[in-house]
Design a protein around this ligand. Structure first.
Ligand code: HEC
Ligand code: HEC
Ligand code: HEC
Ligand code: HEC
Length: 353
């Protein structure tokens, strides 16, 4: 529920670790926990209730930003704001928040609009379940799509096993912020709130205020886009967004074609009795190709946020699927040749001796 409400903020230890003095933890029964929730997306997610300074409170994000590897997109961002992490553990258990030196919506929206783990899974190396008692069930990678396959290898965490190939795969949440890093608008210094929380004028008083209605910018194209794109009309801006979306949807359907073709070929190869070592290598390729599709099918607005990165990554996934198909085709052909000519092989082998 940490991406829906902050009502439990005083009753939840850092990372949801079970603590005798904290009412709730990762191990709580979800239905009991939900009954203790009354408000959604509280102001205190982004504003300190005392001084109204910009802040973040989501433990998984704070952990990612402070982990010793210093490997997140924020660490690599030359324009990143500073975070001042404070331990507010006066209630007998650790509780952390981080005050920001300025509004940085890549972090503030990044408390929720990101890829994270929030569920049990499997350790693919040990082949054992990862339960909610394990801290890996509350985890933010906060990384680029190209680094995710390796990230989950290192973390030793996968969400599910593919029913046909048996590959251990990843289920994405909604990596919206990760996509945005390095995009055309990001490089121009534009942030999430520029387009999704534009400045509006109060009709009665004429005062300017920050809209907190985070929705599709199509609802307020004039305020969100036309201030910078001065030569466009509302319709042109919307048309551009729709064109980008349609193109992206077409690309994703193509990636699905290659993925499903690879899965069909896998089934064929397995039924023919192709070597386990070949199948194991293809499972790893399935995992990689899957990451470069799953990421995009799960994220929101990526067609607009970073069409260049989407093209690059979806294409990469398709190439990996095609490589896997080639491996399977060759192994299947070899198996068929051997199966079709057992008589011819035996005398030849005898002659060789
Ligand atoms: C998801 C993050 C987020 C949440 C939640 C949020 N705000 Fe904001 N708030 C912002 C950002 C971002 C700005 C403006 C930053 C800028 O443009 O400088 C802002 C600006 C403001 C301002 C400055 C005045 C103005 O209009 O420019 C006030 C007051 C404010 N918010 C109050 C609230 C209140 C009250 C709530 C809860 C009902 C709330 N905010 C919830 C992110 C948030
Ligand atoms: C506490 C978690 C949280 C934070 C922080 C947060 N969001 Fe969301 N956001 C959500 C959830 C959950 C939904 C889905 C709501 C639904 O489907 O009813 C959502 C939906 C949206 C939508 C789609 C709304 C629609 O009309 O369908 C947009 C756009 C959005 N958020 C942008 C932002 C931006 C920009 C920020 C930062 C300023 C932000 N969000 C901060 C949780 C969050
Ligand atoms: C330059 C403007 C711009 C910036 C900056 C921007 N977005 Fe968007 N966002 C858009 C547009 C345009 C769409 C597509 C809306 C549509 O197709 O209706 C969108 C879509 C979304 C959606 C899906 C909304 C839906 O209705 O499906 C979410 C969620 C979202 N953005 C979150 C974010 C977050 C988080 C950030 C910051 C990392 C961000 N956006 C930065 C313009 C922007
Ligand atoms: C703060 C100014 C600003 C805002 C707000 C803004 N843009 Fe941009 N946008 C830019 C700049 C600058 C560029 C880069 C122009 C260039 O390189 O030619 C750009 C580039 C683009 C591009 C080309 C992207 C690409 O990948 O080449 C599109 C499409 C676009 N904007 C649409 C929008 C839409 C739609 C909105 C509103 C949701 C919006 N922009 C809001 C400044 C802005």
């Amino acid at each position: 529920m940490s991406c829906k409400t902050a009502d439990h903020i005083l009753d939840w230890a850092y990372m949801g670790d079970p603590e005798p003095k904290a009412k709730w933890s990762r191990l709580s029964k979800v239905n009991e926990f939900v009954k203790d929730v009354n408000h959604s997306l509280n102001c205190i997610f982004c504003h300190d209730p005392h001084g109204a300074q910009p802040r973040i409170i989501r433990d998984g994000l704070i952990q990612a930003l402070t982990r010793p590897e210093k490997d997140t997109l924020w660490h690599k961002d030359p324009k990143a704001g500073k975070v001042d992490v404070k331990d507010l553990g006066q209630r007998g258990f650790t509780r952390k928040i981080a005050i920001l030196d300025k509004y940085d919506t890549k972090l503030q929206c990044g408390q929720c609009h990101v890829e994270y783990n929030c569920n049990p899974g499997t350790d693919p190396v040990a082949g054992k379940p990862v339960t909610m008692a394990d801290a890996r069930t509350n985890h933010f990678p906060f990384k680029d799509v190209n680094d995710l396959a390796q990230h989950y290898r290192d973390l030793k965490f996968r969400d599910f096993k593919h029913a046909i190939t048996g590959a251990m795969l990843w289920k994405a949440q909604h990596p919206d912020v990760e996509v945005y890093y390095g995009s055309v608008h990001d490089r121009e210094g534009v942030m999430c709130h520029t387009c999704h929380m534009p400045k509006e004028k109060d009709a009665k008083t004429g005062k300017t205020f920050t809209s907190h209605w985070q929705t599709s910018p199509k609802e307020y194209v004039k305020e969100a886009c036309l201030g910078c794109h001065k030569t466009w009309s509302r319709e042109q801006a919307k048309y551009t967004v729709d064109s980008l979306r349609n193109r992206y949807q077409g690309k994703l359907r193509k990636a699905e074609y290659w993925l499903t073709r690879m899965i069909d070929k896998f089934e064929e190869a397995k039924n023919l009795g192709v070597d386990e070592s070949v199948l194991a290598a293809v499972r790893e390729k399935h995992y990689e190709a899957h990451v470069h599709w799953e990421f995009w099918t799960a994220s929101n607005g990526s067609y607009f946020h970073n069409p260049q990165l989407a093209d690059q990554s979806i294409n990469k996934g398709m190439v990996i699927s095609q490589e896997a198909i080639k491996v399977l085709d060759e192994a299947t052909a070899k198996k068929r040749t051997l199966a079709a000519a057992p008589a011819a092989v035996a005398p030849a082998a005898a002659a060789a001796k």
